[in-house]
Design a protein around this ligand. Structure first.
Ligand SMILES: [Zn+2]
Ligand SMILES: [Zn+2]
Length: 348
């Protein structure tokens, strides 16, 4: 089969590799029908995630069709349409028993496109299939479902729930890429009074408005802190989410929160950021970090299937599965191309 293979920082290639096979009784092999590229894949290509080594097939999000199951798989069968989630769960370790699948120590967690071969390929092997795959409900398209593989649960769990968004809150979101937009969409489930989106790209601020941001700020023109103080009687935002993954955006997020508020870091960081404890020790601020657990995926699937969440406008570019090289170029240059989610679909 063909797959998108990582060959060290800056190096990626769509090339011929061996087909995946059932390796463990709990495995399934899934034919990839629709797949996407994540901001995390760009971090990997910049060398920010050293656990990813030369020869690894990237990708941790897909919708596909099962072509083989191991003898231990009970809940799925060949031919089932499934969501391949970014998080795999062994189902029995301490963390999986506490719904913290992202921290699985039984061989799961974020392993696809990280510690084992991923979804940017014609086929992918998914370990612990019973606990890790989700059936695609009738009437839900691949385009709708694919955002549930990572960005929607990540924004909801690591941003909105960790940030403890409450009704009438002022919520600031630093970064209006796909994760930031998903955070806007899922924060709205809690009726905040204002959602403020902050980004240097006007195309992304336009998208933020269409996804429900009440106020958008381009720091090149306006000071986000002044805008937020103006909305909050000079106090600061109740919740700030960092959805970029740079030292300066994390440090900015901490300056925007009110005393007693929450800063939820969602971004993937590759270098150290400074925490100004000399300023904030007195302010009762809660700072959270997190990798998604995907415990909310069944909830989000219900919201999607019932039309309460509509993510289709997040898809800005479409490619064939064999066009990964171009798709990466377009997604990697999002400031110029306006790319949010790029989808690659296999021609059948
Ligand atoms: Zn991802
Ligand atoms: Zn586990």
């Amino acid at each position: 089969m063909k797959a998108l293979v990582y060959h060290g920082p800056g190096q990626r290639n769509w090339e011929e590799v061996a087909d995946p096979v059932i390796d463990d009784p709990a495995d399934a092999v899934v034919r990839v029908d629709t797949v996407t590229i994540c901001g995390t894949d760009l971090h990997i290509l910049r060398g920010d995630v050293p656990a990813v080594t030369d020869g690894r097939i990237l990708g941790h999000e897909a919708v596909g069709t099962i072509t083989a199951v191991g003898p231990g798989v009970r809940r799925f069968a060949v031919g089932d349409r499934v969501l391949v989630s970014c998080i795999t769960s062994c189902g029995s370790c301490r963390y999986c028993r506490e719904n913290s699948y992202g921290q699985c120590i039984g061989g799961g967690g974020w392993i696809l496109g990280h510690r084992i071969d991923g979804t940017q390929a014609e086929y992918v092997r998914v370990p612990f299939a019973d606990n890790s795959l989700y059936p695609v409900p009738d009437g839900v398209t691949d385009d709708q479902m694919i955002v549930l593989a990572d960005i929607l649960p990540t924004a909801y769990e690591v941003g909105v729930l960790n940030g403890n968004v409450q009704p009438a809150d002022v919520v600031a979101i630093v970064g209006a890429g796909p994760i930031g937009l998903a955070a806007i969409m899922t924060a709205r489930l809690f009726s905040p009074s204002h959602i403020v989106a902050i980004d240097l790209a006007d195309t992304r601020l336009d998208a933020a408005r269409s996804f429900g941001a009440d106020v958008v700020v381009n720091p090149a023109r306006h000071d986000p802190r002044e805008v937020i103080l103006g909305l909050t009687d000079g106090l600061g935002a109740d919740v700030v989410m960092e959805a970029v993954g740079l030292p300066q955006t994390f440090e900015q997020a901490v300056t925007l929160v009110r005393p007693g508020g929450h800063v939820a870091n969602v971004g993937v960081h590759g270098t150290a950021a400074t925490l100004h404890l000399e300023d904030i020790w007195i302010k009762n601020i809660t700072i959270t970090t997190g990798l998604v657990d995907t415990f909310s995926t069944p909830t989000l699937i219900k919201l999607l299937a019932s039309g309460k969440l509509d993510t289709t406008s997040m898809v800005t570019h479409r490619f064939g599965l064999d066009e990964f090289t171009r798709a990466y170029d377009v997604f990697g240059d999002a400031a110029a191309t306006g790319a949010l989610k790029v989808l690659l679909t296999a021609k059948r």
